[in-house]
Design a protein around this ligand. Structure first.
Ligand SMILES: CC(C)(COP(=O)(O)OP(=O)(O)OC[C@H]1O[C@@H](n2cnc3c(N)ncnc32)[C@H](O)[C@@H]1OP(=O)(O)O)[C@@H](O)C(=O)NCCC(=O)NCCS
Length: 142
């Protein structure tokens, strides 16, 4: 079975994801995240947000498929910094997307994203999102 590192490398080669890594001074990977194009069903968004968007079935999004910090580096701010880096990268892109979308692997991961201002989709507690238009006020980007 492929290791997570082999799987990500294969996905990057096939252009189904992009991967960004944080390196230590001696070039060890301390954390990473992936980004790929995605979409959100308009009907999955909270009604008060959906009603302000064009009446297409879906809105464009960017999915952060994985975000992980090596255990030796957890609790030192790297996870938050990687999330801020992902948001900044997405917002600099010339290709428009409405929101960052993440699939949290469990409730603990979902709490990490909620701590940083992401909201769960009403029908799916482990799928969280944040509209890019609301991100400029987030503490990490100030
Ligand atoms: C979740 C994970 C990425 C967090 O990374 P980290 O580097 O340990 O987190 P940070 O030190 O950057 O934490 C930043 C802030 O988030 C908070 N936080 C961290 N994990 C949290 C959690 N599970 N729930 C709520 N808040 C959390 C911290 O208290 C900190 O708050 P502060 O800025 O107000 O002091 C890391 O624990 C990890 O890789 N876990 C395993 C993989 C995983 O669950 N990935 C999630 C994607 S599915």
């Amino acid at each position: 079975m492929a290791s997570p590192q082999q799987q990500v490398s294969q996905d990057v080669r096939r252009r189904v994801t992009a991967c960004y890594v944080a390196l230590t001074e001696d070039q060890q990977i301390s954390g990473y995240y992936t980004l790929a194009s995605a979409s959100i069903l308009l009907s999955d968004l909270p009604a008060q947000l959906g009603k302000k968007l064009p009446r297409y079935p879906t809105v464009p999004a960017t999915r952060m498929g994985r975000l992980a910090v090596d255990q030796a580096f957890q609790g030192a701010g790297l996870g938050g910094a990687l999330l801020a880096d992902a948001l900044t990268r997405c917002m600099r892109s010339e290709v428009a997307a409405y929101a960052l979308l993440v699939d949290a692997k469990d409730e603990t991961a979902a709490l990490f994203y909620q701590h940083h201002g992401l909201m769960a989709l009403p029908s799916r507690a482990l799928t969280l999102f944040v509209p890019f238009a609301s991100v400029t006020g987030m503490a990490q980007l100030r």
